[in-house]
Design a protein around this ligand. Structure first.
Ligand SMILES: *Cc1c(COP(=O)(O)O)cnc(C)c1O
Length: 532
């Protein structure tokens, strides 16, 4: 199994290369040469597998044994998920008839990104160590490779990356966040990690300012080479891979809760639909891979907040940033682009970075006249043109037939803050408490649940909504939604890990101006201190 870029570059790369490189030289994202199919007996052979055993089977389909031997892979997986608080890793909870919530927030930072980043951190360390051993054998001893991970965060990614990379050998991590603009819990989760290799930088400015600084530093060849910069953002293939596992896991969990064997005749009559609160399209894209590997998923429902670029795409075939008429200061309205601030901040995006991978499959499958290599090349050139359009015109449009292809797998919906809050209330106090349990949703999960409730589904269909964060992580939105219920006590849902978190010792460098040069100096100064 090799990997190539969505934008047509002919290079074939190994799994290890795509993990360490992240983004292709031509600006594209890496995808596997083919989507592997499942062993014919998977429904019985994997039936009683734990999360980690399933991960091993699924990862092995994408990672050749000669790159990471199965024994090593097993170790990496076990180590990665030993930090989760639930033995099931991602437990499935029945809320009401035909409706389940898949809890993805039992990792160290209480959000779904841990599922991927706990693994990615260990994987990085493993691949670096292997590289260093190899160069040692070649007597290339002075070339010990280190990597400096650099990223910007508006909250969740930063803390999950820090917990994934803390105390990892030969890796330093620098996370920039806009000072005062991440929630107090998120800020504390990042800055209270005191490991020597973890460096937080609070920048006076916005998330976009932080993102721009990171981009500037990555494109600064001298700085980039000197420190061997690496990224952990959501386009890294290993993150998608890790997320495929819970789609399979929940499939088996659901059958087990129904007391039906997945390979029985009864099972054929059962349909599945997954609803996913979506931002950068990484979580749901893993579901697309699961489906195309052979997991019988009927639909994947993309649930967005007011930042609805994906919902509009699935309705029109146009992928266009939100245009808002802004005042130019002299009384003239001009078109500008905007991101709305919502109650589900981890989904406040202007474009979805992983969407390009789906675009590649839509392009590829819409070509029916050619085969093999030619078809792959053509798909790459179509995606490249789309992405050029997006850059120059802020918009790309697919053909009707390509949209139809997307609609075989996806549905979509858009949920307002108002609806998010109503949904949190509706699930806290069920209308019929005999058929539904009371459940406290976080605002992101509530977006998915609201979309799920609006779906028209046949009686043999089961919906699974992915829960992406623990409600205590976004306490302000939850408390605001439930303030009229005097019996709701926030303390009751507060995990013990959050108690006293805000008062713990913190380590963070403050930079009073969003200036790349100041960040460069800070990074070099911090690195020096790290190695004393
Ligand atoms: C990152 C995140 C999402 C969005 O996931 P994508 O893979 O970017 O679509 C949703 N909810 C929470 C809590 C998140 O942290």
């Amino acid at each position: 199994m090799k990997y190539f870029s969505t934008r047509g570059s002919p290079d074939l790369l190994t799994f290890s290369e795509v993990v360490l490189i992240g983004l292709s030289k031509d600006g594209g994202l890496f995808i596997p040469q083919t989507i592997p199919t499942l062993p014919s007996d998977w429904k019985t052979a994997w039936l009683n597998h734990s999360f980690t055993s399933l991960a091993l089977e699924i990862f092995s389909l994408y990672i050749p044994d000669n790159e990471i031997p199965r024994k090593d892979l097993e170790c990496l997986i076990n180590k990665s998920y030993s930090t989760f608080r639930e033995s099931d890793i991602t437990p499935l909870k029945k809320i009401k008839e035909n409706f389940y919530i898949l809890e993805l927030f039992h990792g160290p930072t209480f959000a779904f990104k841990d599922v991927a980043l706990q693994f990615l951190g260990n994987l990085f360390e493993y691949l670096l160590e292997k590289k260093n051993l190899e160069s040692l054998e070649k007597k290339d001893t002075n070339k010990k490779e280190r990597i400096t991970i650099l990223g910007a965060t508006s909250g969740d990614t930063g803390s999950a990356a820090i917990y994934g990379l803390r105390n990892k050998k030969d890796i330093s991590v620098f996370i920039l966040h806009p000072r005062g603009k991440v929630s107090p819990v998120q800020e504390a989760q990042m800055t209270t990690v005191l490991d020597k290799n973890v460096h937080n930088i609070a920048v006076e400015g916005t998330f976009d300012d932080c993102q721009d600084i990171v981009k500037t530093l990555f494109s600064d060849n001298q700085f980039n080479q000197k420190h061997n910069l690496g990224a952990i953002n959501s386009i890294n293939w290993a993150r998608i891979l890790a997320q495929i596992v819970y789609y399979f896991h929940s499939y088996f969990q659901l059958f087990s809760s129904l007391n039906i064997l997945p390979n029985s005749p009864e099972a054929n009559n059962i349909k599945f639909q997954y609803c996913v609160p979506t931002g950068n399209f990484g979580d749901i894209l893993a579901g697309y891979y699961a489906k195309h590997m052979g997991l019988p998923i009927e639909n994947l429902v993309v649930a967005t907040n007011s930042n609805d670029i994906l919902d509009r795409f699935f309705k029109t075939g146009r992928y266009e940033k939100i245009v808002k008429i802004v005042n130019d200061g002299e009384g003239n309205g001009i078109g500008g682009h905007t991101v709305y601030e919502t109650l589900s901040p981890a989904m406040d995006i202007s474009i979805s970075s992983n969407f390009e991978r789906l675009l590649w499959y839509l392009a590829y499958e819409s070509i029916d006249t050619k085969s093999g290599k030619e078809k792959i090349n053509l798909a790459g050139s179509i995606v490249k043109k789309w992405m050029d359009d997006l850059k120059s015109k802020q918009c790309l449009t697919v053909e009707r037939a390509q949209l139809e292809l997307a609609l075989r797998d996806f549905k979509s919906d858009k949920i307002s803050d108002q609806e998010t809050m109503e949904t949190i209330r509706r699930y806290y106090v069920p209308q019929d408490s005999r058929s539904q349990i009371s459940y406290v949703l976080d605002p992101h999960t509530a977006v998915g649940v609201a979309a799920a409730d609006r779906q028209k589904i046949p009686s043999n269909m089961y919906q699974i909504c992915l829960s992406t964060a623990h409600p205590a992580k976004f306490s302000a939105a939850v408390e605001e939604s439930l303030k009229s219920f005097s019996e709701f006590k926030f303390q009751e849902i507060l995990p013990k890990e959050f108690v006293g978190l805000l008062e713990k010792e913190k380590r963070c460098v403050y930079i009073e101006k969003a200036d790349p040069e100041m960040v460069k100096k800070t990074i070099e100064c911090e690195l020096e201190k790290e190695f004393i």
